[in-house]
Write a protein that binds this ligand. Sequence first.
Ligand code: GLU
Length: 290
Amino acid sequence: MNNPSYRGRFAPSPTGPLHFGSLVTALASFLEARSQGGRWFIRIEDLDPLREPPEATGQILASLDAHGLFPDEPVRFQSRRHDAYQDAIDRLLESGHAYRCQCSRKELQANEGRHPNQCRSRTALDGDSPYAIRFALEDENCHWQDLLLGPQRQVVKAELDDPVLLRKEGFYAYQLAVVVDDIDQGITDVVRGSDLLDMTAQQQQIYRALGAHPPRWLHIPVILNEQGQKLSKQTHAPALNDETPVDNLFRALVALGQNPPADLATGSLESLLEWGWKNWQRGAIHLTSR
Ligand code: GLU
């Protein structure tokens, strides 16, 4: 299949080095793109310097390189995109899709998520205490189709679920930046971990508020450790060993339900990746570990 209009990406937040679970996600998005003759990009979502050790971005890029996962365009860094995010926020405020919120988390919790200050409709701020900017969701019973998981239904609750776009500390938030960049990069297909599934309905509203069409989504099962926890920095997932890329990728293919011939485990990186995209079976991805 040759579909040059397909544009996919892998978009890690650099909170630590790549681990096996993130390799599985990266590989799935790469193989989906390659198997369709599409283009594939890497975007570093470095929005929160307080959660990102300075060496993590370099480690992630070196790992992707060592595993032969080369992007079709230079890597994009969200830390260099603040003007675009501010511009989007200005548009959303202007069109009434966003509002300033000075509530503390405590106040919101105490009030079951309702803003005590009625932030959505307030025109003036209370003194100069810091404020976040939130997206004003609409009540919605959202139905959409996941390319792997099938029909999805999510209930979106106005006010109660409103995501933060700009944090009080001055950092742009994931929910905003991911949508702004996916629109700007013309991403047609998002392949990512199913831990982000619940965000999808909200993100669709942000796409629409910015006048764009949402992409297609494919959420892959999150890889669990032996204790049944998601592999992540919080569960102390070990960093990938970049010295053994063929072995790592072979295991990642198996984790994705693919069935690579055993001799590829001792072959070259290139032949393994080529087998991967030529034989990619999206439908073989196991759904059990969701
Ligand atoms: N940066 C997000 C993460 O590492 C993924 C963004 C996405 O694929 O939508 O969890």
